[in-house]
Design a protein around this ligand. Structure first.
Ligand SMILES: [Zn+2]
Length: 157
């Protein structure tokens, strides 16, 4: 029964792939995703690596991710902007303007759903060295950040 051997070896390859990097399965449980995440600390810096590896794995279909989407109920997000992945700890929108209505998809959900976003935002956060930063974003990047920060507050589109 050679096909059985083939299946076994491909499962093994998959496990190797998963154990070398930190690609985590995507959480789709809306009860878990509906809970608020707690403040991240320096002890949670490792979550950045898992977010990077998991986002890289899904980069064809995904431009951002919140830590609870990979099982960590901590305030950490990642987003892609011009092919650069940025991780933010404890991000908080301190200024927002120019409300608009749009539609979004989410790796944790099926389909496209309506969402209200702001064109321009200013975000306060800690970077991967846990140094406080304040930065302005607009357009699509601002939209991704708002979607991911909503995840931290248990809000899913
Ligand atoms: Zn999402």
């Amino acid at each position: 029964m050679p096909w059985r051997i083939n299946i076994a070896s491909s499962v093994l390859e998959m496990q190797c792939l998963y154990s070398k990097s930190m690609i985590k399965p995507i959480v789709k449980d809306v009860l878990f995703l509906g809970q608020k995440s707690s403040e991240a600390t320096k002890d949670d810096l490792y979550i950045a690596t898992d977010l990077r590896d998991t986002l890289e794995y899904h980069k064809e279909e995904c431009v951002g991710m919140a830590a609870n989407m990979i099982g960590y109920k901590k305030k950490v997000i990642i987003f892609t902007d011009a092919e650069v992945n940025t991780v933010m700890f404890n991000p908080r929108i301190i200024k927002k303007s120019r409300l608009y209505h749009t539609q979004e998809g989410c790796l944790s959900l099926t389909g496209i759903r309506p969402a209200s976003r702001y064109e321009d935002i200013v975000v306060q956060y800690f970077d991967e060295s846990f140094i406080p930063q304040i930065k302005a974003f607009s357009g699509f990047t601002a939209q991704i950040i708002q979607h991911e920060i909503d995840h931290l507050n248990g809000i899913i589109i």
